[in-house]
Ligand binder design. Structure first.
Ligand code: UD1
Length: 417
C-alpha cells in the first residue's frame, strides 16, 4: 500500500518556498464562475483538492487549463447548476460553489458536502444565511434544491464566524442590487484573499479581516488575474518539522503576519526565529519546552489546522502541555497514532494532556485526515528509526510535493508502494 517512509533523526537545513494556500485557492476558483469570462489564477498548488475543484468547474461547463501553477478558468459557457454526489462528497469546501452557482444561475442543486471526518460538520449556518437573503431551499432525497430568484440583500449575523459560510455569503451577494452585511464574519486571511479577488473582478466588498464585511452589489464582474496567498498551515508544518528534527531552515514566500499565533508558540517552546518581510528562519532548540495551554480558536487565534502539528512537537517537549480543541469535535485522531510511536497523551473530551517523552520511535502509522497526516510526518522526522505513514491520499489534499520539499531540507523521506 502506498505510504511515506521517513527515517528520523536527521537535522534539517536549507531553504524552501511555501506554496499557495489550499483554503484560499478553492474559494477563489469557485468565484471565477461569477465573472462569465476568463480569469487567470497564479500560485495554485498541485493538490488533489484543487484537482477536484477543477473537475467541478468542468462539470459546470467551464473551460479550465492548468499551466504549472497557473490555472485559467473561462466561465463564459457555464451551463450546469448541479454538482454530482461523487464530486460534492470528495471535499467539504465544495459547498462554496453553492453561493457562486446561485449568483450566476439563480438555481442550484447540491448534496451535503464531504471532506475529512472531523466530527459533525453541518452547513446550517450557510442555509440559515441564504434563507435570510431570500433563497428558497428544500431538501429532497439528500439533495438541496435552491432558488435565489427572490434574492434580497440583508444584514446577516453569523452565530459563529464560519469560514465557509462567510465565503458563501460573499459569493452569493456580490452581483446584486443593494448591500449585504455579514456581522461576526470569519477573519481568516483566506477571506481577505477572496475579497481581493472579488474586488479585482469589479466587486465592491470591504471589511475582510475584520468581523464586519460589507458587500455592495454590482451589476456584473469582469475578467482579471490574481495570485493566491501563501499557505500558513503548510508554513507552520515545515517550521515544526525543523523543531522535531532539529537544525535550522529558511522558509520563503510566506506572510509572517498570518502566522503570528503559531510563531508565538514556537518561540515559547524555545525556537529562535528570525522574521523578515516574506521569509522566516527557524533554529531549533536542543530541547523543546512545554506549552501550558494551546487553545484553538478562529483567526487570529491558534489555528485548528495546526493543532496536530503542535501536538507532535509537544510529544517530545520537556514537561506537560495541554491542548484544547474548540473548533472541531473528533480532531484528536492523530493522538492514538502518536501513542503507537511512544507518545504519552491522554484525551479527555476536547482536552489533550501531553506528557513529553525523550524520543519517539518509528513504526507504522495511519493518517486519519489531512492535518493528522501532516502531524505524523512532523513526528516521524524527529523519531528514532523508520516510520511508515499510510493513507497518503489525505496528505495529498493539502501538501504539494511534501517529500520533495523535505528532501531539499535534508530529510530522509520517500514515497513507496
Ligand atoms: C475552513 C477550512 C478548514 C479549517 C476551518 C476552521 C477551508 C476549505 N477549510 O473549514 O481547513 O479547519 O475553516 O478554521 O477553508 N459550523 C457549523 N455550521 C455551519 C458551518 C460551520 O456548525 O454551517 C461549525 C463546524 O462544524 C466547525 C466550526 O463551525 O465546528 C468551524 O467551521 P468553518 O469555519 O465553517 O470551517 P470550514 O469552512 O468547513
Amino acid at each position: 500500500m502506498e505510504h511515506i517512509n521517513i527515517s528520523g533523526g536527521y537535522p534539517l537545513s536549507g531553504e524552501i518556498d511555501i506554496h499557495g494556500a489550499k483554503n484560499a485557492v478553492l474559494p477563489v476558483l469557485a468565484a471565477t464562475i461569477l465573472c462569465g469570462d476568463e480569469c487567470v489564477i497564479h500560485n495554485c498548488p498541485q493538490l488533489s483538492d484543487v484537482e477536484t475543484t477543477i473537475e467541478i468547474l468542468c462539470e459546470l461547463g467551464c473551460r479550465v487549463k492548468r499551466e504549472n501553477n497557473h490555472i485559467i478558468v473561462n466561465s463564459g459557457n457555464l451551463s450546469g447548476n448541479f454538482i454530482p454526489h461523487s464530486l460534492m462528497t470528495k471535499m467539504r469546501s465544495s459547498i462554496i460553489f453553492l453561493g457562486a452557482i446561485l449568483a450566476r444561475h439563480k438555481t442550484a442543486v447540491v448534496c451535503f458536502p464531504g471532506g475529512c471526518e472531523l466530527g459533525p460538520r453541518p452547513i446550517d449556518l450557510h442555509i440559515k444565511a441564504f434563507r435570510k437573503l431570500g433563497v428558497k431551499i428544500h431538501e429532497a432525497h439528500g439533495f438541496l434544491h435552491c432558488d435565489a430568484k427572490d434574492f434580497s440583500p440583508a444584514g446577516i449575523h453569523l452565530d459563529f464566524p464560519s469560514v465557509g459560510a462567510t465565503e458563501n455569503i460573499m459569493l452569493l451577494s456580490c452581483i446584486s442590487k443593494g448591500e449585504t452585511t455579514i456581522i461576526n464574519a470569519a477573519r481568516e486571511p483566506e477571506i481577505q484573499d477572496l475579497q481581493d479577488f472579488l474586488n479585482a473582478m469589479g466587486a465592491k466588498v470591504s471589511g475582510a479581516g475584520s468581523s464586519i464585511i460589507r458587500i455592495q452589489g454590482v451589476d456584473k464582474l469582469h475578467s482579471t488575474e490574481h495570485s493566491i496567498i501563501p499557505d500558513r498551515i503548510v508554513a507552520s508544518t515545515y517550521l515544526s518539522a525543523c523543531m522535531c528534527a532539529g537544525g535550522k531552515i529558511l522558509i520563503n514566500k510566506v506572510n509572517p503576519q498570518h502566522l503570528q499565533a503559531y510563531l508565538s508558540i514556537l518561540e515559547e517552546s524555545g525556537a529562535k526565529l528570525d522574521i523578515y518581510n516574506s521569509s522566516i528562519e527557524i533554529t531549533a532548540p536542543d530541547k523543546i519546552k512545554n506549552i501550558n495551554m494551546i487553545r484553538t480558536s478562529p483567526y487570529p487565534g491558534f489555528p485548528t489546522d495546526s493543532q496536530s502539528i503542535a501536538m507532535s512537537m509537544l510529544s517530545v517537549a520537556e514537561g506537560t502541555s495541554l491542548i484544547k480543541e474548540t473548533i472541531f469535535e473528533g480532531r484528536f485522531r492523530h493522538a492514538s497514532e502518536l501513542m503507537k510511536m511512544g507518545a504519552d497523551i491522554k484525551i479527555e473530551g476536547d482536552l489533550a494532556i501531553i506528557q513529553g517523552v525523550n524520543r519517539l520511535k518509528g513504526t507504522d502509522v495511519y493518517a486519519k485526515d489531512l492535518r493528522s497526516g501532516a502531524g505524523l510526518v512532523v513526528a516521524a522526522l524527529g523519531a528514532d528509526g523508520d516510520t511508515n505513514i499510510f493513507n497518503t491520499h489525505y496528505i495529498d489534499r493539502g501538501y504539494d510535493r511534501l517529500c520533495d520539499q523535505l528532501i531539499i531540507l535534508g530529510a530522509k523521506a520517500e514515497r513507496k508502494n
